[in-house]
Design a protein around this ligand. Sequence first.
Ligand code: URA
Length: 308
Amino acid sequence: MSEVTSLIADIREQILFLQELGVEALDVRLAEQSGDQRIKIEKAERVAAPVSSFEKALPPVPLEFPKRAAEAPKRGGSRISAMPSLKTRTPTMAAKSENMPKPTVVTLAEESILLNVAPTLAATADTIESIHAEIGDCTRCKLSKLGRTQVVHTTGNFQTDLMFVGEAPGADEDLHGFPFVGRAGRLLTDIITAMGFEREQVCIGNINRCRPPENRKPEPNETAACRPFLLREIAVIRPRVIVVLGATAAHNLLQISTPISKLRGNFQDYFGVKVMPTFHPAYLLRDPHKKKDVWEDMKKVRDYLVAK
Ligand code: URA
């Protein structure tokens, strides 16, 4: 980014922050003579529609994930260039092959003892398709009998560096078969766009793939039945960053119980993958003042991803 472009990006971020604080208009006067250069910011009559969505805080140029220097060969070439569109994906991605490869079992404990290094994601022979096929028309927990319409799989770009994980499908997701397609999902799309990425560049999943009745929190036996498939997907995708949306996602991925208000904004580790806990978009719909916290968290993620 050129200096000017990055200056504009900074200014836009500051403006978003001021808007979150309730400032509705800026009266900026730069004195004609260089002696008096004041920037006056005040509450003023609204001069334009208030900017409330993350989309309005778009950085001026789309950011691209930089290529990783030393890493395992990617499946299917560049993670960014050949991004499949969500629109062209089948709802379940369920491959029907009879000869699905079985996962290679390399335990993390073995890996770390042998190499005496911090544990990283195990190598796997899984594929996203084989995992989805194995899940099938799942009846492993009682959510299958409590009114779910369909299993809602992780979707998006499986070559991505950036993954988002939520709690469980809601009514819209249950109906359409894709994660985060309702109101909270539209806000998540705004957040991704404001980070300078497109929704099609990332992948999005949930701890649980079936809608809990009345959108209640999934119970521990339900998350225990479903979470292993997400963990296996993470081992296939090997993102650089996982953003966990809300307490259920954070607690289930990281196996901790620290309140989300304390966890958010600080990178955690999941077998070498950076994990950024932040508030769930549904919570932001209830309390829009928390958007600025999420924006701070997402800037950290974006900066980490675009850093050389
Ligand atoms: N909330 C979630 O946690 N996941 C979804 O897919 C939708 C809403």
